[in-house]
Design a protein around this ligand. Structure first.
Ligand code: NAD
Length: 478
């Protein structure tokens, strides 16, 4: 069993002296050795070890995320720590059965043949993670990579430097460097890594960078999982429970300051429900985050936009919309000094506005009224396939019709965002919102090669070999 001991090493940066190349070579060697060494027991031990280190360093994780974008402790616990711990417990509970070879039955011609599918580690994996849930989206995929028996190099985001440095530290405390390593840095580091022939790349980030990752992977025919983003629409129909919908939408939209890949991007609401929904959203925002802008700004439960660039991007989106006729129905306050952007609701946006075309990724919620649900379905189908679609409705026929007539990574009915937390559901997008899935068995599968193993016991296939006598031809033509 690979000795799981702490190593201390200097941070890895692209310094042109071949450090990334030599790290990669060491991973290649260890990936081959680990094919036989990574027993179930060894994998379970690694997962426990990761959890143990994270547990002892929870306070530091909470501090780092506060430093990076003032993320509240409760949100760190719920959205950064809990999902990783759950992923670890779930994998530990089920890994034995996931690893068991699956016997498969054949057709009549396969008589006398035993066949099975084995999940084998792909080898050396690259995990590139974004800044918005840096711990969750670095360690979540790592759990799947290790459960599947791989080595991994993680490239966390440069936009959350305190958390990325801590991720490196936790990894160095927990794993040998040729098993799991962290390369901190920006695009340059990412590109240096992408030049290498990894066995699998698991990328979480924007669709734009997803395309760059996939193009780089194509050079080595490296398989990819792409967890991307986009505009996830929410539909509130005329039968929905408005109070419940408002509570859930406010949580889904404004947690992490709207910087969530599966946050509801915008809301389509049946025209007769619109005034009630807007009132309920307004009340809920004030109940949760504070009655006045001052209270919201100083409140402990509302984090910040990650940096000035994103703050300005968001400001430009909102200003463009209002300059072209949209109205601010709630919020709209900002403080560039703090990258503070209050929970904001917009009405009167049109499809031509940039805010209707780009992923918002911040605390601005456009509300679009509709008369005919089929127009909403057409609008969704006219755009790139979303990561999620949310439907608030108490009409089963409407819900089913929306599910059947649209495509998206996932659907969540009468709630939002929580589909991420279900351990037995595949999590991922479709086309522009992603390729492949994560979490639980699906994450394990993403990092595994499904290997076909066939054993000939007493097969009759030899009866079909040449010379092709009339008797053989008759058999072949059967
Ligand atoms: P991003 O694509 O800008 O960056 C992600 C990672 O890629 C970072 O580590 C970054 O350093 C690296 N990177 C950036 N430009 C690169 C380039 N040109 N070449 C190689 N690597 C590069 O994404 P982000 O801003 O960190 O995160 C926000 C995006 O991620 C949103 O679109 C969001 O929807 C998406 N997201 C998706 C999920 C999901 O699970 N599907 C989860 C979180 C975020």
């Amino acid at each position: 069993v690979h000795a799981v001991t702490a190593t201390t090493a200097a941070p890895i940066h692209p310094d042109g002296d071949g450090e990334i190349d030599s790290l990669f070579s060491s991973h290649r060697r260890s990936a081959v050795e680990n094919r036989t060494k990574f027993t179930l027991k060894a994998r379970l031990a690694m997962l426990s070890r990761l959890k143990a280190t994270m547990k002892t360093r929870e306070d530091e994780i909470i501090r780092a995320l506060y430093t990076d974008f003032r993320k509240p402790e409760s949100e760190v616990r719920l959205t950064e720590l809990f999902p990783v711990y759950q992923e670890i417990s779930h994998a530990r509970r089920h890994l034995r059965s996931w690893l068991r070879p699956h016997r498969v039955h054949g057709s009549l011609g396969m008589f006398g043949i035993a066949a099975e599918v084995r999940y084998q580690a792909k080898g050396v994996c690259l995990i590139i993670s974004p800044w918005n849930y840096p711990v969750n989206l670095s360690f979540g995929p790592l759990v799947s990579a290790l459960a599947a028996g791989n080595t991994a190099i993680i490239k966390p985001s440069e936009l959350t430097p305190a958390t990325s440095a801590l991720i490196r530290d936790i990894v160095e405390q927990t794993f040998p460097r040729d098993l799991v390593a962290v390369c901190e840095g920006d695009v340059q580091v990412s590109q240096a890594l992408l030049d290498l022939p990894f066995d699998h790349i698991f990328f979480t980030g924007s669709p734009q960078v997803g395309k760059i990752v996939m193009a780089a992977a194509a050079k080595h025919l490296t398989s990819v999982t792409l967890e991307l983003g986009g505009k996830s629409p929410t539909i509130v129909d005329s039968t929905a429970n408005i109070e419940q919908a408002a509570r859930k939408i406010v949580w889904g939209k404004f947690a992490n300051n709207g910087q969530t890949c599966i946050a509801p991007d915008h809301v389509y609401v049946a025209r007769d429900q619109a005034p009630a929904l807007i009132d309920a959203l307004r009340l809920e925002i004030r109940r949760v985050y504070g009655q006045t802008d001052g209270q919201q700004k100083t409140g402990p439960d509302y984090c910040r936009i990650v940096n000035r660039r994103h703050f300005e991007r968001l400001t430009a989106l909102a200003d463009d919309a209002t300059s072209r006729g949209a109205t601010v129905l709630e919020g709209g306050d900002r403080d560039p000094g703090q990258n503070y952007f209050s929970p904001t609701i917009l009405g009167g946006t049109t499809p031509q506005m940039a805010i209707s075309q780009e992923e918002i990724f911040g605390p601005v919620l456009p509300i679009i009224e509709y008369d005919d649900i089929s127009v909403v379905v057409d609008a969704i189908n006219a755009g790139p396939k979303p990561l999620a679609i949310y439907v608030f409705s108490n009409d089963a026929a409407v819900r089913e019709d929306i599910i059947l007539s649209t495509s998206s990574g996932g659907v969540c009915v009468n709630n939002n965002v929580v589909q991420f937390l279900h351990p037995n559901l595949p999590f991922g997008g479709v086309n522009n919102s992603g390729i492949g899935t994560a979490h639980g068995f699906y994450g394990f599968k993403a990092f595994s090669h499904e290997r076909a193993v066939l054993r000939d016991k007493f097969s009759v296939l030899r009866l079909l070999f040449p010379p092709y006598t009339p008797a053989v031809k008759k058999l072949i033509n059967l």
